[in-house]
Design a protein around this ligand. Sequence first.
Ligand code: NAP
Length: 326
Amino acid sequence: MNDVIKYDIAIIGSGPAGLSAAIYAARGGLKTVVFEKGIMGGQITVTQEVENYPGFHKTLSGFELMDEMKKHADKFNTDYREEEVKGIGLQGLCKVIETNKGMYHAKTLIFATGAHPRKLNVPGEDKFYGKGVSYCATCDGVFYRDKAVAVVGGGDSAVEEAIFLTRFVKKVYLIHRRDKLRAVQIIQERAFNNPKIEIIWDSEVQEVNGDDFVTSITIYNKKLEKRSKVPVDGIFIYAGILPNNEIIESRIELDEAGFVKVNEDMHTNVPGIYAAGDIVSKKLRQVITAAADGAIAAWSAEKWITYHEDDDDTTEFATCEIPQKK
Ligand code: NAP
């Protein structure tokens, strides 16, 4: 008995990389599936404003942008499965995908699993999660109307979300561990000019304090070698991202930070397995680079399938039929 569903291309993750890959693959006539275990649309859905995706000059939210991408992929009959991929195996050239609901075979696979926020790993961070500690200003900012909050980090996310929070809160302390922000200049300037934002330089958060909810954070100024308490009702942490690489096949090569190494075709070192978006080892992680990765990966996968289907030595590959174990 073999009722395993077979696909030409299986995409794991439905962020900009995954959906862009789906659009290119399905439009190219490949039988395409997207697996998603969480929220369709990926990390960007919690971004309040996307203002640098070409063609969308009227600012729109990450959720709205992803909704448009999802509709676009739907147009070409992409299969969506809200299932958690538990593991990947290889049988010859075919890929075996095991989810919490079943098994699937695919000729090619694209990892578009993205990344997740880095925690500070300080006392109180876990205890007050949802009670003043947040990793998503878009989700939780509105709860802090007329209150004081801290934002941790100096990258694009921290600075953009600090600016966003000023719509609700009376004060944002932007706490950065150095004396220079990492965010792009235009966003830095907006923060510098925002009267509600106070930047606390050279400082690390050491503890999140509170009773039932957060009441303050303890910070340490490295230059002054001074510890102090900042009274806040909430703390938003934007200390960078870590790769979602738990289910990446063990033979796939990663960089030292755990992101997937690919070549210019987005091909990993394992034949027929690709990666796209934030999970990839690269410098610029943006919606547009994720979307471009997805397009390249799908295009490359299609060429790879055609090449191998024409190869007489691998005839079983044409159907990706994998003999069932007795
Ligand atoms: P990021 O650029 O890696 O910045 C992380 C920030 O957190 C850095 O300022 C870093 O400090 C700080 N940090 C790291 N570990 C820390 C710790 N343990 N304690 C305190 N601070 C810590 O991450 P991101 O801002 O999330 O951005 C991720 C990627 O998405 C970037 O490529 C970014 O350009 C992109 N992005 C783009 C947009 C946009 O274009 N609209 C919006 C958001 C994000 P140091 O600076 O000292 O290393």
